[in-house]
Design a protein around this ligand. Sequence first.
Ligand SMILES: C[S@@+](CC[C@H](N)C(=O)[O-])C[C@H]1O[C@@H](n2cnc3c(N)ncnc32)[C@H](O)[C@@H]1O
Length: 217
Amino acid sequence: MKVITIPGVEEYAAAHTTADPDHLLDLAAETRARCERPHMMIGPVEARFLQFFLLTLQPKRVLEVGTFTGYSSLSMIEVLPPDAEITTCEISQEHADIARKHIAAAGYGDRISVRVGPALETVSTLTGPYDFVLLDADQRHFPEYLDLVLPLLSEDGVVVADNVLWSGAVLDPEDSEPATEGIRRFNDTVVARPDLVCVLASVRDGMMFIRRKKATR
Ligand SMILES: C[S@@+](CC[C@H](N)C(=O)[O-])C[C@H]1O[C@@H](n2cnc3c(N)ncnc32)[C@H](O)[C@@H]1O
């Protein structure tokens, strides 16, 4: 994989970011012990970054595509209003089982619902409005998720798509992997749409923040 940050910068950022609470440290340890690609967790820098953002947005209904073992859901729920809920989609029964165990242990079983199955199918059965959507799986289909979630978004809702730099692969004209192509198509579509406002924040592997443009007063 291409290195897209100055060597050591990611580690320096993590060392100067508030550490995870104990229940997330336990979850991360089990994920590293049991799962093949533990780096798929958003990690503490992105988790704290999202938390700062969500503390301001205060969404009541959150949708996540890509539960993995529950790290990002459990990070988000900590800063949401007490009546807020998260629906999170996961294709792997094994990942979902680990996530559900940690979600229940942390006392959030009634507020985080893990839906198992291909997320394109799951999302197409959901009813909005959602105030915040995190896309963190199935990158080759990011453009299709955009089409599915925009109609479900509340008026001031925000979509964040993770890994939109794809370790720098989006910059490589030789790279035509389906995921790389999906992300490029997604990034190009979002920035070109006159009805949307976006920022591609180069936090970790790239986070695309998207909202609807408001009519100027
Ligand atoms: C990058 S990880 C998500 C990481 C998680 N948000 C976190 O921070 O811990 C992506 C997850 O999405 C799941 N996934 C992949 N394709 C999927 C699909 N089509 N539908 C639902 N989940 C999918 C994978 O099994 C994996 O657990």
